[in-house]
Design a protein around this ligand. Structure first.
Ligand SMILES: NC(=O)C1=CN([C@@H]2O[C@H](COP(=O)(O)OP(=O)(O)OC[C@H]3O[C@@H](n4cnc5c(N)ncnc54)[C@H](OP(=O)(O)O)[C@@H]3O)[C@@H](O)[C@H]2O)[C@@H](O)CC1
Ligand SMILES: Nc1ncnc2c1ncn2[C@@H]1O[C@H](COP(=O)(O)OP(=O)(O)O)[C@@H](O)[C@H]1O
Ligand SMILES: [K+]
Length: 492
């Protein structure tokens, strides 16, 4: 896992460590890591033109000390000061190493091979003020490499929020631990490649607030010699209605390719007919929306309920029946709309996974919370939802977040904006439901589901390793289903 800590905890750890070390040690460690990353990014340090954008805090101090190191190796280093308070020790060190302060930022940036953004780090608060904002905007037109010191300036380190101008870095060198805002969009999209520099905070850091899994952390079960279809997990999918049939086809597709030993599908006659044609491997039952309907479907280890189900009384009856079982249940789409008027159904003993997008979560939370607020403060709201709704909450969107009370929030590292197309959420519901049925815990099934779903989308779109804009192509939700086997194979 990659670990991230809230800003207050980073500062507390830094203070605890600084109290045991000679003054300035941490800043020198940070600057050394930053300078060595920059040296690796330049073809030659000697003769390279390096520009430092320096704010009035310690982030600017880091940039100045790093600039001094590069100047001592022969780089031509120029500093542009955004504040009269620029770090005095750092300035003196830069000057002593042959670097200089310049006023003409335009000229310096035009000819820079590398720019170090030391405007604001974890101390940045609110939208950037002038002249910081203008300098941050100007970095968009720099031809050289832009390296953010600790955090791209303008990105809120704690949440990833961007309020106005912000640096878009090619590379971010961050110190001690990741900050949540580096992993969560829109902040994450401003970081480029992130390098973590160890400054020795290790044992002073508490448990992380946010984690992002590597593939080896996912723990997706694989069939073993003694496996049979029942032991691998049977997932029941309650989706689709006479009016909406496509969501059912996509959700069952996600479940079939999600590794379920068997998929049981139950719905109205029309979706059942379509599933028989498209997914003959699913065991289907036509049901009426009655409380006893589940008895006819057969045994399952987990339920998926909601995609295309509609929001009428019949749908509510089925959702109530499923949530009254003692089995894990994943609720998506229309199921979430029903739950927003029946929150009483959520307080149950077995695990519940909710997979809302921001609009659905706004309805679920009620109390006037808007979709826009959730999109701007995703970390805060996903945590709040997990507590208030007593469930594992997977919040979809440009960065998918997964929260369970009293645990670090999981950030999904895969995905692509091409996923923003109708029906892809239905695929995720079936996929994560199959992983639940396979015996994974709610948070692990949601995490692995989001990971594989995002990776399948990247594979389908054409560039799984480096999803650079321009190299990818539009995808359909069905393409995501088709790419799931390739996504699973990457975990082998
Ligand atoms: N602590 C440690 O041991 C270590 C810390 N380290 C480094 O220190 C960094 C944190 O330094 P920090 O606390 O000085 O804050 P920092 O990010 O420089 O920002 C403050 C400056 O920004 C300005 N500013 C803020 N918001 C603004 C806005 N909206 N618009 C415009 N300006 C704004 C603010 O201006 P002011 O409010 O004073 O006018 C002030 O000048 C951290 O990220 C890491 O790089 C490493 O060396 C490792 C050891
Ligand atoms: N901008 C984006 N970048 C990456 N992924 C996105 C973006 N917008 C949406 N997604 C993903 O696309 C999927 C859409 O799901 P959802 O909103 O439920 O759509 P639908 O209901 O049509 O299936 C989710 O997995 C979500 O995380
Ligand atoms: K910065």
């Amino acid at each position: 896992m990659r670990y991230a800590h809230e800003v207050g905890k980073v500062r507390a750890a830094e203070q605890a460590l600084m109290a045991r070390l000679p003054e300035g040690t941490l800043m020198r460690r940070a600057a050394a890591g930053l300078a060595s990353a920059c040296a690796r990014l330049l073809p030659h340090v000697y003769g390279a033109r390096v520009v430092l954008l320096v704010g009035g805090g310690d982030n600017g101090g880091d940039a100045l000390y790093a600039g001094a190191r590069l100047a001592r190796r022969g780089a031509a280093v120029e500093a542009v000061l955004a504040s009269a308070k620029a770090h005095p020790g750092g300035l003196a060190e830069l000057r002593a190493a042959g670097g200089r302060v310049v006023n003409d930022a335009e000229r310096a940036l035009d000819t820079a091979d590398l720019v170090i953004d030391g405007l604001t780090g974890i101390g940045g608060a609110g939208g950037l003020r002038e002249p910081y904002a203008a300098l941050a905007r100007r970095t968009a037109h720099v031809e050289g490499v832009v390296v953010a010191c600790d955090v791209p300036s303008g990105v809120d380190a704690g949440s990833g929020r961007v309020d106005g101008a912000a640096v878009r870095a090619d590379f971010t060198v961050t110190f001690g631990t990741y900050k949540p805002g580096l992993l969560i969009d829109p902040g994450a999209a401003h970081c480029g490649v992130i390098e973590l520099v160890d400054i020795g905070l290790g044992r002073d850091l508490p448990d992380p607030d946010v984690v992002s899994p590597w593939p080896e952390d996912l723990g997706v079960p694989r069939p073993e010699p003694e496996s049979d279809k029942y032991r691998r997990g049977v997932v029941g999918v309650l989706a689709g209605s006479e009016r909406f049939t496509g969501a059912a086809v996509l959700s069952v597709g996600g479940a079939v390719h999600g590794g379920a030993g068997m998929v049981r599908f139950a719905s109205a006659a029309r979706p059942v007919e379509l599933i028989r044609q498209r997914w003959p491997e699913a065991v289907t039952t036509v049901i009426d929306p009655r409380p006893s309907a589940l008895e006819r479907i057969g045994r399952v280890q987990a339920w998926v309920v909601g995609p295309g189900l509609g929001t009428d009384r019949g749908a509510e009856t089925l959702i109530e029946a499923v949530l009254r079982t003692k089995l894990p249940v994943l609720v998506d789409a229309d199921g979430l709309t029903v739950l927003s008027r029946r929150r009483d159904l959520l307080y149950r003993e077995a695990p519940t996974v909710l997979t809302p997008h921001a609009g659905e979560l706004a309805r679920l939370l009620g109390g006037g919370v808007t979709r826009e607020e959730i999109e701007a403060r995703r970390l805060e709201f996903v945590r709040r939802a997990a507590t208030e709704l007593a469930a594992t909450v997977l919040l979809k969107g440009s960065t998918t977040l997964i929260a369970e009370e009293d645990r670090p929030v999981r950030v999904n590292p895969t995905g692509t904006p091409w996923l923003a197309t109708a029906g892809t959420g239905d695929v995720l519901s079936g996929l994560a439901g199959a992983l639940l049925a396979a015996g994974m815990s709610a948070i692990d099934a949601a995490t692995a589901g989001a990971y594989l779903h995002g990776l399948a989308a990247r594979i389908a779109a054409g560039d799984p390793i480096d999803p650079a804009p321009g190299l990818e192509a539009p995808i359909s939700a069905y393409d995501v289903v088709t790419a799931l086997p390739a996504a699973f194979r990457t975990l082998a």
